[in-house]
Each structure stands twice: as C-alpha cells, then as structure tokens.
Design a protein around this ligand. Structure first.
Ligand code: ASP
Length: 358
C-alpha cells in the first residue's frame, strides 16, 4: 500500500491526481479515502457505497432510538472545522453531520481570529489543531493547501485525516458527492443515472464544484456533459482534457435553451466574481443569457431536475423554486447525509452502521 510517510512532499506533489489516490486511502484495503482531497479519489464503487451508507444513516436517524444510536457511534471523536473562506451550507452541513454521529466539534471561521493573524504558518496552525482534534475539515482559498496539510499530518506524530471542504477555484469533492447523491436519488426509480445528459451553466471557468462533479460523472456510463457559458467563463481546458481522454461525450455551447430541452439535469452556478483580477471585471461580461427562468422551465423535461450548489444570486429565477423539478433545496439536505457517510467511512465505521440492527 502506498504511504504518505514513504514519499517526499515534492515527489507526491508532482504526481497526477489518479496516481495520488492510493496514498490517500484507508489502510483497510477498501479503497475508500482516509484523506478526502479531490474527486479523482472516488470510483463508481466508492460512490455507490457512500450513497448506500448515506441512505442508511438517513433511515436510522428517523427514529429517536436510531438517532441516539448514531450519536454514540463516534462520540469518542472530535473534529475541527477550519474555514478560512466564507461558507454557510458546507460549514453547517459538516457540523450537522458531525452532530448526527456524536462527534464534538471546534471551529475557526476566519484566519483573523486565529494565530495565523500573528504570522503563524498554515502548517503550524494545522499541527496545532491536530493536537486537540481527530479530523480537520478545511476550506481554503489556496489550491493544493489541503493536500500539503494531509502530507504534513501524515508525517507528524498525530496523523489525522483531512477533508477538503473547498480549495480555491480547484476542487470541492464533498459538494460533488452530494450532487451525485442527489442525481442518483432523483433517477433511482426512473431508470438510473447512466445514459443521462447533464448541463452545467454559469461560471464554469472558476466554479470548483463543476470541476469536481464533471469528474465524478465520468464514473457512470454514457453520461453526456453540456457546458453552457459565456466564452470568458467557459469550462477550463483541464476538465475538457479529462473528458476527451476518457472518451466522454460533451458539448460546449452558449445556448441554454437548446441544452435545457435535451437535459436530464441542469446545474446552474453563480458568477464567481471573488476571483476577478480587477474589481468589476465579471460585471463587464454579458451573462443575461445564462440564467434559468420561466422560459427555460417550460422547456425542461418532466422528469428532469434543476440543481445549484448555492448560494444563488439571480441565475435561477425564484419562480422556479416551488416546481417539483427544483432540486436545490433537497440537494442542500442531501449534503448533510452524504457528509455524515463520508465522515463515518473515514473513521472506519461504515460497516458498523450498515450492519447495525436499526
Ligand atoms: N458553495 C459553492 C462553493 O463553495 C458554490 C459557490 O460558492 O458558488 O464553491
């Protein structure tokens, strides 16, 4: 088994994502992640296992007895939520997931309130957290920081797992997990997810959820991906390269209406203007044709769904909110269950929960 303790940071960093995967797995041979850093760690088997576990946790939690059982499963663990970028849903759903499993939590939500403000390095901060906690769930504006921290911790005397809750413009693996869980649930009684068409629309250039979900979708058979965006915000070359290499059918277009007509899922995203190099750059781009409103709703198939990682601005009109095909609210709640499943799996408790008497 590949071990982070047996490779230098420089050699590890230089590997491709798929080559990094074995270094990040649980030692039990299950192939499930110990450190969760990017979407490339999940194959179809891992996704199906996690979704089954999320369903199980969801079911067990329905009764008081079941909920109390779950609250005891990881009552001996503590998790640190280290978020140095704004977050509502990702923070709260991880917090709620920990609460479901009985994990005690601590948090830093703003580096200005931690010793980083006094000049402490990320490495020293994370090392400090590892002295008190058993897992670090971290969000950072820096691409690759979670990876570096995972390597650092694995090479420390307190090797605890890192869960990437969003890394810069790069990856958001747990959002992609909840998106896949939502897609699987939406189509489970309608012939499944294979062979579907998924459209991504909005700021595809800088939206990390798009990169992570686009990859996860390649684990399924015959899923076509359509990317709808203004030229300056179109899907980045690395995503296209992965699709081309894997022989995935995809299309790049500016026509949301045409894409909507043929889609089983339309995944809207907001303009990520926090990454503008000069303030107001995004506002100069005409995004008016990349919004989902009443006209698009009328074109959407009756079994198709509308998704959004949220937060939303005006890219989905509120008139869509009560349509049964609007899946973004349920998507949010699904995040709590799949994150609980991932955390339980990370601590090696997936089988215990799957096989419990509830
Ligand atoms: N909440 C998602 C993220 O953290 C999407 C967004 O912010 O637009 O990437």
């Amino acid at each position: 088994m590949a071990k982070l303790t047996e490779i230098s940071w420089e050699d590890f960093e230089a590997l491709g994502l798929e080559a990094k995967k074995p270094f990040l797995e649980l030692p039990d041979g299950s192939g499930m992640p110990y450190h969760t850093l990017f979407a490339q760690q999940f194959d179809r088997n891992a996704l199906e296992k996690l979704c089954a576990l999320a369903n199980r946790i969801r079911f067990i939690n329905k009764s008081k007895e079941g909920a109390l059982y779950l609250k005891n499963v990881l009552a001996h663990k503590r998790a640190m939520l280290y978020f140095s970028q704004p977050s509502s849903r990702t923070f709260l759903s991880h917090l709620a997931a920990c609460q479901i499993l009985g994990i005690t939590t601590g948090s830093v939500r703003d580096a200005a309130t931690s010793s980083e403000f006094k000049g402490e390095s990320h490495e020293d901060s994370v090392r400090t957290f590892s002295s008190y906690f058993d897992m670090i769930i971290m969000r950072s504006p820096e691409r690759g920081l979670a990876e570096k921290m995972a390597w650092e911790l694995s090479n420390s005397e307190r090797p605890i797992p890192i869960l990437n809750a969003g890394s810069g413009k790069d990856q958001h693996p747990t959002q992609a997990l909840l998106d896949i869980y939502t897609l699987i649930r939406s189509f489970e009684n309608k012939g499944g997810l294979d062979g579907r068409t998924v459209t991504f629309c909005g700021d595809l250039m800088r939206g990390r959820t798009v990169r992570s979900l686009s990859y996860l979708l390649t684990n399924f058979t015959g899923i076509k991906q359509i990317f709808v965006a203004p030229k300056d915000l179109q899907v980045p070359a690395d995503v296209v390269m992965i699709l081309a290499k894997k022989g995935i059918d995809f299309e790049v277009t500016e026509d949301l209406k045409a894409a909507t007509k043929v889609s089983d899922a339309v995944y809207m995203t907001r303009i990520q203007d926090e990454w503008d190099s000069a303030k107001g750059d995004s506002a100069k781009i005409d995004t008016s044709r990349f919004k989902f409103g009443a006209e698009e709703l009328a074109l959407l198939g009756k079994d198709a769904i509308i998704m959004h990682p949220l937060p939303r601005r005006d890219e989905i009109a509120t008139c869509c909110d009560h349509d049964p095909r609007a899946m973004y609210w349920r998507q949010m709640r699904n995040g709590m269950w799949i994150r609980a499943a991932l955390i339980a799996s990370t601590f090696g408790f997936a089988d215990t929960i799957m096989n419990c008497g509830y």
